[in-house]
Design a protein around this ligand. Structure first.
Ligand SMILES: C[S@@+](CC[C@H](N)C(=O)[O-])C[C@H]1O[C@@H](n2cnc3c(N)ncnc32)[C@H](O)[C@@H]1O
Length: 303
């Protein structure tokens, strides 16, 4: 394992794996806030405690870059995502520990290193209420970075995560339980499909679901279930991707309006919205050329 475990060494390791990423990463890193830089360094130190070295992280990051590019070519050619059902991607992604680990470690890095993911994370921290008690529920915590951020930054009394992938559940559990980011009690991670009837808490003060809607066959049912579990006046935060192919994206949103219309149909009202066009393009250009757009919505029950 590399002796140096910091951001500069990571950028160097990624550049060695994929030369084309080097100039992009250098300019992207320059846009990190000092606290983001030190959080990312802390994440790298956590990775080291899990026996995850820079070479593995660089390969993980590169897996996302290369696989996404391949899906983008498919999408531009066929105007659809390659797969449309959970069954088609479950075995190769969510239930494949080797792939899912690389995917989630890579995604954790993009949370800081990709400008679009970074502004979404900032928006999440801006919107997350700090002064409320009650239950915080997160669907699809994946790598666990948002779950951990909520545990550290908010005053909710109970934290629950539900994820369909055993790998994601283990990764979220590992980062929270590591003790490197504070000692946390009063949380539980459940490994199952959010739509399955289960033991989810009712009347939640906060429900967060980042980058899951595009991964499911019935996104409206997800939003409707969120609506049914949210307390009146509760905080709901949802992000998703539009015209953004990936190996496991199976629901194609074609515009921000489609997402907000679906939220309204589920009985959720938008209180704040962030739409992030493709880097270097306007929203109109991103839509016209069908390049990826990200959207984050702060919501509450419409009643
Ligand atoms: C792309 S990751 C998102 C991780 C993190 N929330 C973020 O915003 O970066 C999607 C996560 O949703 C989980 N997921 C997908 N379908 C799900 C379902 N039906 N029920 C619960 N979790 C699901 C996946 O296992 C994965 O961990």
């Amino acid at each position: 394992m590399n002796a140096r475990m910091d951001l500069d060494a990571l950028v160097e390791a990624i550049g060695n794996t994929n030369r084309l990423q080097a100039p992009f990463l250098e300019s992207s890193v320059a846009g990190l806030l000092p606290e983001e830089r030190s959080e990312l360094d802390a994440y790298l130190r956590f990775c080291a405690t899990q026996d995850i070295g820079l070479d593995y992280l660089a390969r993980s990051y590169n897996t996302i870059v290369v696989d996404t590019l391949r899906e983008q070519v498919f999408f531009q050619r066929h105007d659809r995502y390659r797969y449309a059902t959970y069954a088609e991607v479950a075995g190769s992604v969510y239930q494949n520990d080797d792939y899912m680990r690389r995917y989630m470690y890579g995604l954790a890095l993009t949370t800081y290193l990709w400008p679009n993911h970074r502004v979404m994370r900032r928006f999440f921290l801006e919107q997350l209420p700090r002064d409320r008690a009650g239950t915080y529920l997160e669907i699809g915590p994946g790598h666990g970075m948002f779950f951990l951020a909520a545990l550290r930054a908010s005053g909710f009394t109970r934290f629950e995560g539900i994820d369909i992938s055993p790998t994601s559940c283990a990764m979220t559990e590992a980062i929270v339980a590591s003790g490197l980011f504070g000692r946390h009690a009063g949380y539980a991670i459940r490994c199952r499909d959010f739509l399955a009837d289960g033991d989810e808490p009712a009347s939640c003060s906060a429900i967060v679901m980042g980058e899951v809607l595009e991964h499911v066959e019935a996104p409206l049912a997800f939003l409707a279930k969120i609506r049914s579990l949210a307390a009146s006046g509760g905080f709901v935060f949802v992000t998703t991707a539009i015209n953004a192919p990936a190996v496991d994206h199976i629901w194609l949103f074609r515009s921000p309006a489609e997402v907000t219309a679906m939220a309204a149909a589920a009985g959720l009202r938008v209180t704040a919205e962030l739409v992030v066009p493709y880097t270097g393009l306007s929203l109109e250009e991103s839509l016209r050329t069908r390049m990826p757009i990200n959207i984050a919505l702060a919501l509450t029950r419409a009643d």
